[in-house]
Every structure is written in C-alpha cells, then in structure tokens.
Design a protein. Structure first.
Ligand SMILES: Cc1cc2nc3c(=O)[nH]c(=O)nc-3n(C[C@H](O)[C@H](O)[C@H](O)COP(=O)(O)OP(=O)(O)OC[C@H]3O[C@@H](n4cnc5c(N)ncnc54)[C@H](O)[C@@H]3O)c2cc1C
Length: 403
C-alpha cells in the first residue's frame, strides 16, 4: 500500500506534506515528531520569542485544523528509532511499526556540544528547540548575567534579544571576529560595533578553559586568564546533522545525508531534505549542506514533486536572513573563494551592501537593511551576469546600471 512517512516535523517536513497534497498525493501521510509541540517557527526562538515580542501561541507554523483538513497525521512525542529498509517500516519509540512506500527524512540538526572542564557543574543551555528556548527564556530577566559561547547568528541574535530584556550579556568567540565562518571582515566589524553600542561585551580570540561555581553564580576562566561571572550560559558553537538513523540503515552520509538533485538518497525510495541533507548545488558545482529556511522549503517541494511523479531538480541560490536589534541582514549566495569585495553605502548609517565577486561575476552579497538590493543581487547571481567594480561603486547611479 502507498503511504509516506516523514521523520521530523520542522519547516521542511511541513512543507513537504502540504506540497504532496497540493500535487495530488491521495494516500496516507504520517509525520513523526520527537517534540511535543505542533511544528513551529524555529527562527523566532532566538528573536521574537526570547525578547517577548512573539508569544508562544503565535509560533505554530500551521494550525491543527489545516493538518486535519489535509488528512496529514502528526504523531507528536514519537521518535523514529529505526529505518527498516528491507521491510519498509519505521520503528518508533512508542513500539509502533509504521509502513512506508516512500520515506522522507527531515531530521534537521542538533547543537554541537561544549566539552570543557567544569561544565558538568552547571546547566549548559543550547538553543535548537522550543523547549530549549522556554528554558533559556525562564532564566533571562533584567540584571541577569548571560554568557553566550559562540558568535554565530544564533549566539548574536540571542545576545540582541537578551539585551532588550536588560540582561548583562557577554559573548565569547574563539575566532578573531564574529560571524567569521559566514561573512567578510567588514560585516563582522559592523556587528561587533552594533552589539558593543548596545552594551554587549564581546571577547574575541578567547576560549573558556574552566568553569567554577562561585557564591554569586558561576565563573568562567578564559584562555587569556581573564574571568567572566555569569548566571546563565548558552552555547552556540554550531550544529551537527541528525544522520544517525540514515547511517544505521546503510544510506550514504557525509556531512549530512547525501542526496541527488531530486533530493533522493542512495535508496531511491528515501528522500532527505533540509538541514540534514547534503545536496548538489549546480550553481556552485559542489555538494553543500545548508542550515536555512529557504533551503528547507525548496528541497521539500522538490522531494514532494518527484514523489508525485513530476520530475523536479533542486537549483536554488542559497539565501539566509538574520534580525538583530533594528538591523536586518539578508545574505544571498556563498561568498567562499571570492576574489574582489565591494562595499556600497556606509556601515555607520546601518544601511549598506557588500558584494563578493569572482571571475567578474557576482557570487554573493550581504545586504544590511537593503531588501531591494538583496532581491536585485539574487537575480544577477542567478543570471550569472558579468559585473564590474565600477558598476557597483558609481554612487550617483543605481548599481549595475551602465556607467
Ligand atoms: C534559534 C534558531 C534561529 C534560526 N534563525 C534562522 C533564520 O533567521 N533564518 C533562516 O533561514 N534559518 C534560521 N534558522 C535555521 C532554520 O531554523 C533551519 O534551517 C530549519 O529549521 C531547518 O528545517 P528542517 O526541517 O531541516 O529541520 P528542523 O526545523 O530542525 O526540524 C527537524 C525536526 O526533526 C525532529 N527529529 C529529529 N530526529 C527525529 C527522530 N528520530 N524522530 C522524530 N523527530 C525527529 C527534531 O526534533 C526537529 O523537530 C534558525 C535556527 C535556530 C535553531
């Protein structure tokens, strides 16, 4: 009998289930979620949910009625524990055996754990799920001292949200600048200044060596011999793809579950989508694993279309956004390997763009409070247009107009 099981209930899972219905899939769809809440907007966990501007009841991706109307079964609190490929069944933590004709793995990622001496003495927090966010939120209040380990997007967004709650925030980063893995120095410097202007202490080139309990809370001894006292610690040092089930069932995995352009794994009946998948990107001519909502949604649509018999290939330019204070960053493309960098606008005005060029082509762009430029860049990257530095820097004209 035809039926689809989706393991995981995040952004990609919900999109896949709804697209399957739109494309005419008439058989069973069952989503397995190890979490207890209906699928929710994960990006808000470090933003509006923590700072209180978005209430928990507004986080749901869709209301229960919509799943019912589309005959999509969601089994909450149910973890998939084994993929039995020979019998085509999923074994769950509730001792069920759920059959599938097609399987979609949408298990996302889990936080990379912190391993330092003394960390067993305290409650180390990570921010991935609604339960994590609830726990962190319950510990933040005016005057509380928050220590954030890792200055990636999640760490910095959390720092911004906690600052709005009047917490005293310190961010510690092992690299020499924030967001070092994902952007250029000019954008990193902008964010360092932004956070410092809001009272956040940022310590770069620093690692935690040990943590001690002290009478007023906790104390971290840093690699530069300084100390930081804090009440709550949140670690945001990256994530690991949830590939255990796939690996144990013999699917090919390498920094994620390896899929083709149709989102199919090494077993043609099994698809993997979203953060857990490692997929080919035609534009950049390499396999990549992305951690972003647009990627999760697009891969879900591709998998659903292929299952429904309308051949579809993933061919999207990666993009991402981050909100911190009153600044919206939108990034399109991957800047890795760029040869030239052009800044248009003034960082001090909180409105500027950073263009990354390779072989006279735009390969990526960071837009700070510049949504129209972001959209324009997306088109030029997709079209592989040749572009000159002069076409970007001539400020009396819109960029990329003939100079
Ligand atoms: C705090 C935070 C802020 C973010 N902000 C942004 C942003 O601003 N912009 C952006 O583009 N992206 C952002 N992201 C990243 C974005 O949320 C992810 O890219 C997206 O959620 C990926 O969707 P997914 O469906 O692949 O996985 P997820 O949304 O992670 O969903 C996977 C689900 O599978 C469940 N699961 C795992 N294993 C099992 C199992 N064995 N059985 C049952 N269930 C299982 C997990 O519990 C989880 O609910 C943010 C992420 C976080 C954590």
């Amino acid at each position: 009998m035809e039926s689809i099981v989706i393991i995981g209930a995040g952004h990609s899972a919900v999109e896949a289930a709804l697209t399957l219905r739109k494309k005419g899939w008439e058989h069973d769809i069952c989503i397995l979620s190890q979490e207890s809440a209906l699928p929710y907007q994960r990006p808000q966990l470090s933003k509006g949910y923590i700072d209180g501007s978005v209430l928990e009841e507004k986080l749901a991706l869709k209301q229960r009625e919509l799943y019912n109307k589309n005959n999509i079964e969601i089994k909450l609190g149910t973890k998939a524990i084994k993929i039995n490929r020979s019998r085509r069944i999923i074994e769950t933590s509730k001792n069920e055996n759920i059959p599938y004709s097609h399987l979609i793995i949408a298990t996302g990622t889990r936080p990379r754990p912190l391993t330092i001496s003394g960390s067993h003495l305290l409650d180390v927090n990570y921010l991935r799920s609604l339960d994590d966010a609830k726990k962190i939120k319950s510990k933040l209040a005016a005057g509380r001292r928050l220590l954030v380990i890792g200055a990636g997007y999640i760490g910095l967004e959390l720092a911004a949200s906690a600052t709005k709650l009047n917490c005293k925030v310190t961010v510690v980063e092992a690299e020499e600048r924030v967001l070092a893995r994902v952007t250029s120095e000019v954008v990193s410097t902008f964010y360092q200044n932004l956070h410092r202007a809001h009272g956040v202490e940022i310590k770069l080139n620093t690692n935690i060596q040990t943590i001690h309990k002290v009478s007023s809370g906790f104390e971290a001894i840093m690699s530069d011999a300084t100390t930081i006292e804090f009440d709550t610690i949140v670690v945001g040092i990256g994530v690991l793809p949830n590939t255990q089930l796939a690996e144990e069932s013999g699917l090919v995995c390498s920094n994620g579950i390896v899929v083709n352009e149709r989102a199919q794994t090494s077993d043609p009946l099994i698809y993997a989508i979203g953060d857990c998948s490692n997929h080919p990107n035609e534009f950049y001519q390499k396999q990549i694993r992305l951690e972003s909502i647009p990627n999760a949604l697009e891969q879900a649509r591709v998998a659903a279309a292929n299952i429904c018999g309308s051949p579809s290939s993933y061919n999207s330019i990666p993009w991402f956004w981050s909100n911190q204070y009153n600044v919206k960053l939108q990034t399109v493309g991957l800047s890795e390997g760029y040869e030239e960098i052009v800044v248009r606008g003034t960082p001090a005005d909180n409105v500027f763009c950073v263009f990354y060029l390779k072989d006279k082509r735009l390969i990526a762009m960071d837009a700070i409070n510049s949504s129209a430029d972001f959209l324009k860049a997306k088109t030029h990257i997709l079209n592989k247009n040749t572009i000159t530095t002069a076409q970007l820097t001539e400020t009396t004209k819109a960029w990329f107009e003939p100079v």
